[in-house]
Design a protein around this ligand. Structure first.
Ligand code: SAJ
Length: 431
């Protein structure tokens, strides 16, 4: 039985470890956090992700998944640690570097090392390779090295790990071929081989594509305010064109991927990466734009209670990393003229006070829907109208039924539409 060490047991490393443990590998899950390691060895799961609990239980019960705080000898090593950005928007590669540092003492001839963490192009060759060669072994000859980015969507990780196609970039051909064999054991999608620098650039550009397109939608939302159109209706109709796909505007772009990775391209060529930098700026401006919408709506109310619905970075997950919704909640909290109540059915937090829905809504002056969790699509305006103090709701995701909220006396305010404009367009669906 082949052995695999997976370094980093987070949102990518843990699901990958479970799948590999259930695919005939003996997996050593490595994490520097003792809490994480203890939790796995006690068979307790700490990440909310559809299908993960079952995959985890099967893997640990079979004895094929065990966790450690330091790397063990193995045939294959997968590095799946975070790559955040520093305050000056440069890639913080300290976790990748220390993961590589931690394995060079245990690697042996014939081992394969795969980097999965999203990295600025050239990281595998220029940073990871020299660290591993401190073992005295030569990369590409004594040990193999490849970059294979994860491309899975949080909230759908298990399914996408199995079904998505993969891009495997080797530092040489044999490295790419050997890495492909590992993924072939569980990936149903196609596996493409290339060099490590191309694979790194592909990964960063996928997320950059999203970021730039979301920025376009957010800019449209701001412009729509000036024109007096409903940007959601504009997007719906524009996207009927066979070659147009305007993304959805919102209160900002969050998560540890799309809001971070484009900076890796900027870092590589700051003189030319203008569009990418500008897109980041537009998306980063959305929390403040949304906060100003709230201030505008409550400016006549004394010490209003603001009910924030959702603080995760996107719907139906429990992840609050780089969350624009959380940033907005913090802006509200920092304003002593406002009172904040937060409800999020997915978040348990020691740091933030999370109310149940009823408490969050009671005596509220302004409800702000920031995350399109499935639960929020069924909010009952009739019931809510009886418990709030002031009937005002701001929908930043366009998921609520405007007419039913209006029917129950609410002022319904939508991001991306000039809400003060009384003029009615002749378009029926925009009314
Ligand atoms: N968002 C918008 N408008 C949109 C789409 C998204 O404002 O039209 C916002 C969301 O609200 C959220 C953020 O963007 O705050 C990111 O959400 P997401 O669901 O689009 O993506 P992530 O960050 O959860 O996962 C992305 C995925 N990349 C792409 O779709 C190109 C995923 O496949 C990657 O594996 C993941 O990044 C990663 O780990 O890099």
């Amino acid at each position: 039985m082949k052995t695999i060490c997976i370094l980093g047991l987070g949102y990518i490393g843990l699901p990958t470890a479970c799948i590999l443990g259930n695919t005939g590998y003996k997996v050593f899950g490595i994490d520097i956090s003792e809490k994480v390691v203890e939790s796995i060895n006690k068979k307790y799961i700490y990440i909310e992700e559809p299908g993960l609990e079952e995959a985890f239980t099967t893997a640990v019960k079979s004895g094929n998944l065990n966790a450690f705080t330091t790397p063990q000898e193995a045939d294959i090593f997968i590095i799946a640690v975070p790559t955040p950005i520093t305050a000056d928007k440069k890639a913080d590669l300290s976790c990748v570097k220390s993961a590589a540092e931690s394995i060079f003492p245990v690697i042996k001839k014939g081992d394969l090392i795969i980097v999965e963490s999203t990295c600025p192009p050239r990281t595998t060759k220029d940073i990871v390779l020299p660290i591993l060669e401190k073992s005295g072994l030569q990369a590409g000859r004594d040990f193999l090295l490849a970059y294979c980015p994860e491309r899975v969507l949080p909230g759908n990780i298990l399914k996408e790990l199995r079904e998505n196609s993969r891009i495997v970039g080797g530092i040489n051909e044999v490295s790419a071929q050997k890495a492909k064999e590992v993924y072939s054991s569980f990936v149903k999608g196609d596996i493409y081989l290339t060099d490590s620098i191309t694979a790194e650039t592909v990964k960063v550009m996928e997320n950059t594509f999203r970021d730039v397109n979301i920025a376009l939608a957010n800019e449209l939302a701001k412009i729509s305010d000036h024109i007096g159109v409903n940007c959601w209706e504009v997007i719906k109709y524009a996207n009927l064109h066979p070659r147009v796909n305007i993304h959805a505007p919102g209160p900002g772009v969050g998560g540890h991927c799309i809001s971070v990775d484009p900076w890796f391209m900027v870092e590589k060529a700051p003189q030319v990466a203008n569009l990418i930098r500008q897109a980041r700026g537009i998306n980063d401006s959305m929390p403040e734009f949304t906060y100003n919408m709230i201030l505008e709506q409550v400016k006549h109310i004394k010490n209003p209670k603001i009910t924030v619905l959702g603080i995760t970075y996107k719907p139906d997950v429990d992840d609050i990393r780089e969350s624009p919704a959380l940033e907005i909640a913090e802006m509200v909290q920092a304003n002593s003229d406002l009172r904040l109540a937060v409800h999020d059915p997915h978040v348990k937090s020691d740091k933030y006070k999370i109310h149940n829905l009823q408490d969050a809504l009671e005596d509220s002056d302004c409800i702000v829907l920031l995350v399109n969790h499935a639960e929020f699509k069924n909010l009952n305006p009739e019931f809510i109208s009886k418990i709030v103090k002031n009937k005002l709701i701001i929908d930043t995701r366009n998921i609520l039924n405007r007419s039913s909220w209006k029917k129950h006396g609410f002022k319904y305010v939508l991001l991306g539409k000039n809400n003060n404009l009384k003029e009615k367009t002749c378009s029926l669906s925009a009314l």
